[in-house]
Design a protein around this ligand. Structure first.
Ligand code: NAP
Length: 293
């Protein structure tokens, strides 16, 4: 298929590379220069990339970025062909998604919100899990592209339900990780050996994919970004906004937001969200490591 891929960050670059590998005709665009994908044509603007595309796949930071890429100067909108599809893998506001979808619908363009879970490693391996919102028949047309980038697609309902689902997924990741990080911090303060605690966690019902993914990085004290803290904070805020709009109270997530706020203020925004552990450590006056008794 002829695909315009807009946004070559941690996730987008590998996703676009996997589309090329699967034999699709890919044109890429990124806001800042110097990011390319081997085998893909590089375009100067989103409008240029979108010309003649059957599918426009976006993977940018947030709601404002999607708006800029679509409707800003040089944005994709004027080049969208009737009958084409926009697929958005950025994690953005569900209500803004409905507004964007209605706007492009007027040009005969379908919108599929397709945020994903799996982080950097799964993006590279082509094993992302997508949660999609949109028309079943439109999703079916995207199957070859989903297959090239991921291992599963969950169709969650009509447009915006993919984004709504993504927010409730990241709400859980943020709370699970916070629980894990607080347990490691208190455990260390109480003299529990983290080297012995981790196998116990993994053998018990406390086990989780979040712990499986993050524990090796924590043990290496590697907080380089797989999923940057600033993006997790954005998703926490999106979930709290959606909760406010629908009159739902989320006291646990509100407390976690404060931790992320302070971590961001302390300059950790571009580290992985796992770095929030270091803030808890600082408050407790400990450092989590195996063999600490
Ligand atoms: P990233 O590495 O920070 O990349 C962000 C991309 O958005 C870059 O291409 C950036 O361009 C572009 N961008 C930001 N603001 C823009 C604007 N105003 N106009 C145009 N382009 C703009 O982020 P990522 O990790 O790839 O994540 C992308 C999306 O996927 C986010 O919504 C994130 O929440 C979601 N996500 C990420 C992960 C993960 O583990 N990393 C997992 C699931 C979902 P520049 O290069 O010019 O800055």
């Amino acid at each position: 298929m002829r695909v315009a891929f807009l946004g070559l960050g941690i996730m987008g670059r590998s996703m676009a590379a996997n589309l090329v590998k699967a034999g699709h005709e890919v044109t890429v665009w990124n806001r800042s220069g110097g990011k390319e994908v081997e085998g893909a044509r590089s375009a100067a603007t989103p409008a240029d990339a979108t010309m003649n595309a059957e599918v426009v796949w976006m993977c940018v930071s947030d709601t404002k970025a999607v708006e800029a890429v679509l409707l800003g100067p040089g944005g994709a909108e004027p080049s969208l062909a009737a009958g084409s599809i926009i697929a958005d893998s950025s994690t953005i506001s569900p209500s803004a998604t409905l507004r964007f979808a209605a706007r492009v619908k007027a040009r005969g363009v379908d919108w599929v919100d397709a945020p994903m879970t799996g982080s950097k490693i799964a993006a590279e391996a082509g094993s992302l899990i997508f949660m999609a919102g949109g028309d079943e028949a439109v999703l079916a047309r995207l199957q070859p592209l989903f297959q090239a980038m991921g291992k599963q697609v969950f169709h969650m309902g009509e447009t915006s339900k993919g984004q709504a689902t993504k927010l409730v997924m990241n709400l859980q990741i943020a709370l699970i990780y916070e629980g894990f990080a607080e347990a490691l911090t208190l455990g260390t303060r109480l003299g529990v050996d983290v080297g012995k605690l981790l196998p116990l966690i993994q053998a018990s019902m406390v086990r989780s994919g979040v712990v499986d993914y993050k524990a090796p990085f924590i043990m290496k004290r590697d907080f380089s970004p797989n999923f940057p803290l600033r993006l997790m904070l954005k998703d926490i805020r999106l979930a709290l906004e959606a909760a406010k709009e629908s009159r739902v109270r989320l006291p646990g997530l509100e407390a976690v937001e404060e931790v992320y706020d302070v971590a961001a203020e302390e300059g950790q925004q571009d580290l992985d969200y796992a770095a929030t552990l270091t803030l808890l450590e600082k408050w407790a006056g400990v450092e989590v490591r195996a063999g600490s008794q």
